[in-house]
Design a protein around this ligand. Structure first.
Ligand SMILES: [Zn+2]
Length: 486
């Protein structure tokens, strides 16, 4: 059946910058902390204070703009966005409207197997507001200004998305670009990356846009997917029942998997924007811009291509290795420590995620030591430890509070493969005697039969011999002429 409705989505993404201090004062930006311990007269908006721009914020913003293929405004300025809310002590937010730092960029994504370019309308710098902490028990609300003045970049896309898959691919891409540059950790669960979804629907083939709503308060990729599907269905339902979609802001409730109206959508004039009088216009010199260009790292796609070329990895493995900068770096460090590239890739894309899942820990928190991981991979490759034992060591390595030596751990836990020569010879001999059919097959040229015989021998040895050694002995034994006496 032909899809009758087209979904049109534009995104506003907020990314918290990981500078040590806030955008206009010296307060710490660290996450959490006792309420109101990370603020000062400037970020609390007390009269008589003046903001001073943190140069690091400008530097990060320029790098972000370049990574998003934007034009950088060399004469950028701040503006006041006026609104009252208790988490905003100044009753205005310092943001950018008239001369945002970056405009007219794009991001290329791949979604549902197709490449697509998402245009970026503009990207600007602004300060975050504080937080309201609601105490159900005391039935009161406390403002906490620790977050007030945390530097943010807001990236406004054109309405170029047509599905939630495209939205997710775009968010992943921004996360990848920003984490590779080290300018934001983009953790949705901690609110350091947030997305507001502007969505409308229109009959397939229609070129005019429908009335859009904005859904806020979405704090995970999964929630974004749900919110998009939910709002799309709601709007189609309203229209097909003869109603009209109202332009409004809606709040997503992830527990109920539904959104509720928050307020009718404001337009820019409602905020009475005007140029911020307390901050001068910023002139960006050619030297500053050039330094930003030169500071851009090797991003995921370039790194993926290099991994394929330099290490001969399959495209798929390379793509999974570069998805997170830390994994890509760990891979190169492990290879530099002497592990084979293919084994290292296999461990990092298969074993490590698998073991992490059993530990219910996330890959973001696991930082195994590269040289110990390399040691483990090398020993496994050489058959000095069985695979099940190797995975146990990996589990210990990934969950260890304090680092430990893999070599010691293997010895202390009796995991070293013994390679008992006489037991090995015995096992090979017994297996050959007990499986005349497989032996016959092997000797008649069906060499694959050796796999079965090795398996039987490994079983007899209970994994206490290295597979490579068993293979070697089995092959040698099979090459000997068949014994005349049986
Ligand atoms: Zn402050």
């Amino acid at each position: 059946m032909r899809e009758r409705w087209e979904t049109v989505i534009g995104l506003e993404v907020h990314a918290e910058l990981s500078t040590a201090s806030k955008i206009f004062c010296g307060c710490s930006t660290a996450f959490g902390g006792e309420p109101n311990t990370r603020c000062c007269p400037v970020c609390m908006g007390l009269p008589g204070t003046l903001p001073v721009l943190n140069e690091k914020v400008l530097e990060y913003a320029v790098r972000a703009g370049l990574a998003l293929h934007c034009e950088i405004d060399r004469e950028t300025r701040f503006d006041r966005k006026n609104y009252f809310y208790p988490d905003l002590p100044k009753a205005y937010q310092i943001s950018q409207l008239y001369r945002p730092i970056a405009r007219n960029g794009y991001v290329d994504i791949v979604a549902d197997g197709a490449e697509k370019r998402i245009r970026i309308h503009e990207m600007h710098m602004e300060e975050d507001a504080g937080k309201l902490v609601h105490s159900e028990f005391e039935r009161v609300t406390y403002p906490d200004y620790n977050r007030a003045g945390t530097p943010l970049l807001e990236i406004v896309s054109e309405p170029d998305f047509r599905s939630s898959a495209e939205v997710l691919a775009y968010l992943e891409k921004i996360r990848s670009l920003f984490t590779y540059m080290g300018i934001s950790d983009c953790k949705m669960q901690e609110g350091s990356m947030r997305a507001d979804v502007n969505l409308s629907v229109r009959p397939m083939g229609e070129t005019a846009y429908g009335v859009r709503t904005e859904t806020k308060n979405i704090n995970s990729l999964r929630a974004i997917e749900h919110a998009i599907e939910s709002e799309r269905s709601r709007q189609i339902h309203v229209i097909t029942n003869g109603g009209k979609v109202i332009q409004e802001t809606r709040r997503w409730n992830d527990d109920l998997k539904t959104s509720v109206p928050m307020r009718s959508k404001e337009n820019a004039p409602d905020y009475r924007y005007f140029p911020e009088p307390d901050l001068p216009a910023i002139h960006i010199s050619e030297a500053f811009l050039q330094a930003a260009r030169e500071s851009l790292p090797e991003f995921a796609e370039e790194r993926q291509a290099r991994f394929v070329k330099e290490y001969g990895l399959p495209e798929n493995d390379a793509a999974r290795l570069v998805a997170r900068r830390e994994t890509a770096e760990l891979f190169e460090a492990v290879v530099a420590q002497g592990a084979g590239a293919h084994s290292a890739a296999n461990w990092l894309v298969v074993h490590v995620p698998h073991v992490l899942k059993t530990l219910s820990e996330s890959a973001e928190d696991a930082h195994p030591d590269a040289s110990e991981l390399a040691e483990l991979i090398r020993r496994t490759e050489r058959g000095e430890i069985s695979r099940p034992d190797a995975l146990k060591v990996l589990g210990a390595l990934l969950s260890a509070e304090t680092p430990f030596g893999v070599a010691d751990y293997i010895r202390e836990n009796g995991m070293a493969v013994e390679n008992d020569e006489s037991a090995l010879e015995d096992a090979v001999r017994r297996v050959i005697a007990a499986n005349p059919k497989a032996v016959e097959e092997y000797r008649s040229g069906k060499t694959k039969a050796i796999g079965f015989l090795i398996g039987q021998a490994m079983k007899e040895l209970k994994g206490k011999s290295a597979p490579a050694t068993v293979h070697e002995r089995m092959e040698a034994a099979l090459r000997e002429p068949p014994s005349v006496t049986a």
